[in-house]
Design a binder for this molecule. Structure first.
Ligand code: NAP
Length: 255
C-alpha cells in the first residue's frame, strides 16, 4: 500500500526538498503552501518527472478552514495520511533588538511557527488515529524547528521563542501519541541556503570563513531532506520525541 505524506510550506526551499525526497521514497505527496500553485510550477514539474503522485492545497496552517480542507483533500485523494512534516515557518520581517521587538511581530512569528504547527498537528493526529496500524505504526510526524530553539539571537527573539515552542510540541505530541502508534521527531536545521537566509548571506558567509561552523559550508535543503527521509522510514520505530541537529556541528561547545 502506498503511503501519503503532507509537507507544509513545500513550494520551495527546505519544504520542497523534503517533498521531493519523500516522493522518491515512494510516498504520495500533499503540498500545502500559501502561494498560488503557478508561482512554483517548475518545482512541481520536477515531482511529476520523478514519477511522484502529488496534489497541491493552497492554504494557511493558521486557518482552521484551510487545515480541514487539507485533511479532506489528502484523505479523499489518497485515502489517508501517514506522515506530516511541519515545515512551514517564517522569520521576523525585520530583525530588531529584543528591546525594540513589536508585539505585532511576536504574534505573527509565534502565531505561524508555533500556534499553526500546534493545531495542524492536532487535526492530523486525530485523522491518523482513525486509520489502521501498518507494521505497529499509524503515523509519523516530523517538526522542522531550528538551532534557534536553543541558541539565543537577540535580533530575532520572537523566532527563538517560537522554535523553542515547536520543540516542546515535539515532546508533548511524542508523549501523547506514542500509545496511538504515532511517532514524533524533530529536525533542527542550522544555516541553510534558502530564500529565508538570503538577506543575511554576508553575515553567514563570514561565519563560515571564521571557522564558527565545524563543517564550514552552507547547509543545503537536501541535507535536511535526507534526515527527514530517515525519520519517515521504518528505521526509527522505537524512537520518539528526539531531535537531530542538522547544522554542520554548530551545536558543539568548544573551548
Ligand atoms: N533556512 C534556514 O536557514 C532555516 C534554519 C532553521 C530552520 N528553518 C526552518 O525551516 C523551515 C523552512 O524554511 P525555508 O528556509 O525553506 O523557508 P522559506 O524558503 O521562506 O519557505 C517557507 C515556506 O513556508 C510557507 N509558509 C509560510 N507561512 C505559511 C503558513 N502560514 N501556511 C502555509 N505555508 C506557509 C512560505 O510561503 P510564503 O511564500 O507565502 O511565505 C514558504 O513557501 C521553516 O520552518 C524555517 O523556520 C530554516
Amino acid at each position: 500500500m502506498k503511503r501519503t505524506a503532507i509537507v507544509t510550506g513545500a513550494s520551495r526551499g527546505i519544504g520542497f526538498a523534503i517533498a521531493r525526497q519523500l516522493g522518491k521514497d515512494g510516498f504520495q505527496i500533499v503540498i500545502m503552501d500559501m502561494n498560488c500553485q503557478e508561482d512554483y510550477q517548475e518545482n512541481f514539474d520536477l515531482l511529476t518527472a520523478d514519477g511522484t503522485s502529488w496534489i497541491y492545497v493552497q492554504g494557511d496552517i493558521c486557518s482552521i478552514k484551510d487545515r480541514n480542507m487539507l485533511i479532506e483533500a489528502a484523505t479523499e485523494t489518497f485515502g489517508g495520511i501517514h506522515v506530516l512534516v511541519n515545515n512551514a515557518g517564517v522569520a521576523p520581517r525585520v530583525r530588531n533588538d529584543l528591546l525594540e521587538m513589536t508585539e505585532e511581530s511576536f504574534d505573527r512569528v509565534v502565531g505561524i511557527n508555533t500556534k499553526g504547527t500546534m493545531f495542524l498537528t492536532q487535526a492530523v493526529a486525530k485523522q491518523m488515529i482513525k486509520q489502521e496500524f501498518i507494521d505497529r505504526k499509524r503515523g509519523t510526524i516530523v517538526n522542522i524547528s531550528s538551532c534557534s530553539a536553543e541558541v539565543s539571537s537577540i535580533g530575532r527573539g520572537e523566532y527563538c521563542v517560537a522554535k523553542a515552542g515547536v520543540s516542546m510540541l515535539t515532546t508533548l505530541y511524542a508523549d501523547r501519541l506514542a500509545s496511538e502508534g504515532i511517532l514524533v521527531h524533530e529536525v533542527r536545521p542550522g544555516v541553510i541556503a534558502t530564500d529565508m537566509t538570503d538577506t543575511v548571506r554576508d553575515k553567514y558567509n563570514k561565519m563560515f570563513e571564521d571557522g564558527i561552523f565545524p563543517i564550514a559550508r552552507w547547509g543545503m535543503p537536501e541535507d535536511i531532506a535526507g534526515v527527514v527521509s530517515a525519520f519517515c522510514s521504518d528505521k526509527f520505530n522505537y524512537t520518539t520525541g528526539n531531535y537531530v541537529d542538522v547544522d554542520g556541528g554548530f551545536h558543539i561547545k568548544r573551548l
